[in-house]
Design a protein around this ligand. Sequence first.
Ligand code: ZN
Ligand code: ZN
Length: 455
Amino acid sequence: MTDRQQLIVKNVDAYKQQIAEAERWIWEHPQTGFTEWEAHGYLAEKFQEMGYELVMAGNIPGFYTDVETGKPGPKLCIMGELDALDIAGHPESVNGMTHCCGHHAQCAAMLGIAGALKEPGALDGLCGTIRLMIVPAEEMIQLEFRENLRKEGVISYMGGKVEFMHRGFFDDIDIAMMVHGTAAGEGEPYDFRCGIGNNGCMAKTIRFKGKSAHAGGAPHLGVNAQYAAMLGLQACNDLRETLQEKDTVRFHPIMMGVNCAVNIIPDEMKIESYVRGRTLEAMKRENKKFNRALAGAALAMGAGVELCDRPGYSPENHDKAFMELAEQCCKDLVGADRVRFDYNGWSTGSSDFGDLTCVMPGVQFYAAGAAGVGHGIDYRIISVDRICGNSAKAQLFVTEELLSNDAAKAKEIIANYEPQFGSIREYLDAIDELTLDKDAVVYDENGNATIDFQK
Ligand SMILES: [Zn+2]
Ligand SMILES: [Zn+2]
């Protein structure tokens, strides 16, 4: 370790207690996306106590603050996510929610970063600006709630980072970084890992519409929306063999239940799903087939189906040079044998960090320190030092590497980066194209139907 790296370790360790307290407090106060006011309030207070001035998102949780080095240079954004998951089965769930993706640990690490940057000498030799950002709503859940927020004009996009992009909070950012927690499996002792990227996703709400009737006495008068939904999902499942491995498409529908009783033919069945894929083009192409199958199933049963598609997250593509720089920093901190960076590794999960990688160089890597299954009922933190402390230190090592020496390395990464979209506005216009609202099967008086499942 260099002298500067040793100083970073010392500066973060000075906040060990605050980091540990934050990790526990936010774990005990889990809230899902766009409602995370408790964690927001806790963190805002801690940041302000350290002397930071915050720019609040305002009508949704989240904020940012800029750490100025005093010398001109690139602007780096470091983020922590606020939201928990809806998972009532977790033994430590609070009101049915738990931090079983470990986002609370990211926020605790952010507090360590914020503290360390206030220590004497922390900014010596750096140039540019470091934006510390606390973002809401990474998990793409509770689609109906978010759609209502959208209709009320509170948000424009379902994910926190995309919403922050829309609000202009990334307009002057040149390069972005995040560290997510991870559970290292038994026999896989490592402290950091990273792949080259992960799938994007779009969010779907599908509403099959039938006709209620007496289930025993007069089913001939009804149209069973549940059977139409089941037929639709069967057709989608049969389409899976037409998916190509290279596109890493994932479709994982969940039936959301019916407003009905056992002696009534159900007149409604709602399904939520994502279509995930390696490229926006693949997501669009395969989603069209799924929508066709759903419309066809509705027609077969004499039912209707409403299709509601919304942009989710874009595929995440890490900048290779930036990833190499982060890898070296992780190795400097914990030793080469405890770092697993895989430049061919691709995950089929999704994150709205992907949206940022469409317009600026970015890397999201993972710090171990949890156990159990992510999004599972046995997820728990086993080492705050690793999942929060290591995370904070590594992110500051990366910051040092990027912004020292007149930010030569940051400038090189930024200059060589080839954006998929020319600007954030151009990007948002492109994902707006995914929005679809269709009543896909409309019958005339003779029972003939018009099918319309595309834009
Ligand atoms: Zn998650
Ligand atoms: Zn997560």
